[in-house]
Design a protein around this ligand. Structure first.
Ligand SMILES: Cc1cc2nc3c(=O)[nH]c(=O)nc-3n(C[C@H](O)[C@H](O)[C@H](O)COP(=O)(O)OP(=O)(O)OC[C@H]3O[C@@H](n4cnc5c(N)ncnc54)[C@H](O)[C@@H]3O)c2cc1C
Length: 399
């Protein structure tokens, strides 16, 4: 089979790895970045741990896969009639079957100032900017921001706000900033944090965050931001370090091709029982309007079904219908502590932390070769000072 995959994230890489197991398959993967990004650990790389746990080059992942061909290009057009994709490089790619897994993009809900004055942790570039901000204050000016504000109390906001205090304190110690007080605010529009988890989990995590010194503010609406403050439900919070983790929306590529893709009310692509959006066009992962979309586990599950069905069809067997799989939620809240939730199971604390560590190893091994998985997994233990900020040289460290 000749299969073209657009997107080198969880869905795309998993599909390519599975397809590559049959040497008669030829797989073309077109993606706009040379690295695979392991999102679940971005909060950790943003708060001082090694970048190696969050980025691995596609070259390394596919090094021993002779039948996978990687092209770095941004696909902006599809002609489903001529079965052609167009890339920003000017290349036209003919496909027999194409799988789209191009992920989501950040949205600021048109709230004034957010795009300009807030930070994100969704990419290497965003993390670099955030760390630059922290380093300029702490390493160069020897000061702290009045407040550090994380907007959005979903899993990413929780993970980040719990780890940020420890990181800032660590930087202060390293650069000799004395008598400092780190104030971290977590802002959420819903009545409780982790609105998609159970009430009990939300309560337990609130307690844990408060113990870590995080100031939780629920039922609060972000109204605007400027260079010095964030206006939240009419009240200004003085800060130039606001981190936006709140909104994502489907990739605009799909809305730009209404003749090929129909969208659900939430903007994701409507797919049939086999995750097809059009003849020979599959859509998986964050792009597809399936239950539990928006999770890496779902993207992997979708990729597995599509690969299985393509294999079945090539052998003249009927394809299987898609069945959603309830993902396990494992959210770290500070060092060696996590909350794990699956159906009626709830595990909190150190045991949860252990499960989350194991889940990361499993997660890596679903998309990386085993050696790379172990390397990325071990990197979580490595503290890294200046990978993201090589231009800022530490000043004399005081004792
Ligand atoms: C901070 C954060 C933490 C998360 N933590 C977890 C977690 O703990 N557990 C969990 O299950 N899920 C988590 N998720 C969600 C998970 O990462 C996504 O659901 C998953 O990445 C979706 O996979 P995907 O293949 O659909 O898209 P992605 O993994 O986002 O991959 C999309 C790929 O397409 C490429 N691309 C984009 N546009 C184009 C284009 N026009 N042409 C070519 N290539 C393009 C991108 O560069 C990228 O390589 C987290 C997400 C974030 C942002």
């Amino acid at each position: 089979m000749q299969i073209t995959i657009v997107g080198g994230g969880f869905g795309g890489v998993r599909a390519a790895i599975e397809l590559a197991k049959d040497p008669s398959n030829q797989i073309t993967i077109i993606t706009d970045k040379p690295d695979f990004q392991y999102y679940p650990t971005l909060y950790s790389s943003a708060t001082g741990h090694s970048h190696l746990e969050s980025w691995v080059s596609l070259g390394e992942i596919f090094a021993d896969k002779q039948n996978v061909h990687v092209y770095i290009d941004t696909i902006y057009h599809i002609d489903a009639h001529k079965k052609t994709l167009r890339g920003a490089s000017g290349i036209a790619y003919y496909y027999e079957t194409v799988i789209f897994a191009i992920g989501v993009v950040t949205t600021y809900f048109d709230i004034p100032g957010l795009e300009t004055y807030t930070y994100g942790i969704k990419s290497e570039e965003e993390i670099r900017k955030l760390k630059q901000r922290l380093f300029v204050d702490i390493a160069e000016k020897h000061t702290l921001d009045k407040n550090y504000v994380v907007v959005g109390a979903g899993p990413t906001g929780i993970e980040l706000s719990a780890a940020l205090g420890t990181y800032v304190n660590r930087l202060c110690k390293y650069y000799g900033v004395k008598n400092h007080k780190v104030r971290i605010h977590l802002i959420e529009a819903a009545p409780r944090i982790l609105p998609r988890s159970s009430q009990l989990t939300s309560k337990v995590v609130s307690r844990r965050l408060k113990r870590l010194g995080v100031i939780i503010e629920t039922n609060k609406r972000v109204e605007r931001a400027n260079a010095h403050e964030l206006i939240v439900s009419g009240r200004p919070i003085e800060s130039h370090t606001v981190i936006w983790t709140s909104g994502v929306t489907n990739h605009p590529f799909f809305a730009a091709h209404p003749n090929v893709f129909k969208l659900a009310p939430n903007g994701r692509v409507l797919v049939d029982d086999y995750l097809r959006a059009h003849n020979h066009v599959y859509v998986i992962g964050d792009n597809a309007a399936t239950p539990y979309t928006g999770l890496a586990q779902t993207a992997i599950h979708n990729a597995d079904l599509v690969v299985d069905n393509l294999t079945r069809l090539s052998k003249g067997r009927p394809p299987k219908k898609y069945k959603a799989m309830l993902p396990v939620s494992a959210i770290p809240v500070g060092h060696n502590w996590a909350v794990v939730e699956w159906r009626w199971v709830r595990i909190y604390g150190w045991t949860g932390g252990l499960i989350r560590r194991v889940a990361d190893l499993v997660g890596y091994s679903e998309v990386f070769p085993i050696g790379t998985s172990l390397g990325a997994w071990r990197a979580a233990k490595v503290y890294e000072h200046d990978y993201f900020t090589p231009t800022i040289k530490p000043q004399k460290r005081s004792k």
